[in-house]
Design a protein around this ligand. Structure first.
Ligand code: S3P
Length: 185
């Protein structure tokens, strides 16, 4: 059992596994799980695709910023951020200030395989998904690399990624950068 002192924000590309891993991580730590995209959809009363179609990407980003700021004020939990959220300088600064960021790093082939299962990502609709993902990856990787923790996700079972996250969090505790602490059962 661990006690979470700060919210853990999962960042990384679409298809990296932020939602699946985040849900399991939250349940392991005994804290709530929040998914920024779902929160935005609930607030807007329509899907991410519809927000992009009706209002455009800048409006979506503004909503995303607002929702993440709000979630960061809640008690410690696990938050899956949308793939573009950490690219926004204000959102990134706020995450750095008040949370622990974890980059789920995955390569292009894995991302492509995972995103092709759904049609919920407006940035990949009606376009060559590989080329679009490749371009985003090139642009975003240096920024994702600013996250507090980087965890490789090679497409095996999510449990492996979970173990890596827990080990990285333990290592931070050991080095004094405490975000979680072991508590007796
Ligand atoms: C986006 C990622 C999506 C969603 C939106 C934009 C991005 O979230 O926020 O489609 O810019 O990478 P996921 O990373 O959860 O798919």
């Amino acid at each position: 059992m661990r006690k979470l002192e700060k919210t853990l924000v999962l960042v990384g590309m679409m298809g990296a596994g932020k939602t699946s891993v985040g849900r399991r991580l939250a349940s392991l730590l005994g804290v709530p799980f929040r998914d920024a995209d779902s929160e935005i959809e609930a607030a807007a009363g329509c899907t991410v695709n519809e927000i992009f179609e009706r209002y455009g990407e800048p409006e979506f980003r503004a909503g995303e910023r607002k929702v993440i700021f709000r979630l960061l004020q809640e008690p410690p939990h696990v938050l899956a951020a949308g793939g573009g959220a950490f690219m926004d300088p204000e959102t990134r600064a706020r995450i750095k200030e008040s949370a622990i960021s974890i980059w789920l790093k995955a390569d292009l082939d894995l991302l492509l395989e995972r995103v092709s299962r759904k049609d919920t990502r407006p940035l990949l609709r009606n376009t060559d998904s590989r080329a679009a993902l490749e371009k985003l990856l090139r642009l975003r990787e240096p920024i994702y690399a600013e996250a507090d923790i980087t965890v490789e996700s090679e497409g095996g079972p999510h449990e492996i990624v979970l173990k890596r996250i827990l080990a990285a969090l333990d290592a931070r505790c050991g080095s004094g950068g405490s975000s979680v602490e072991a508590v007796p059962p």
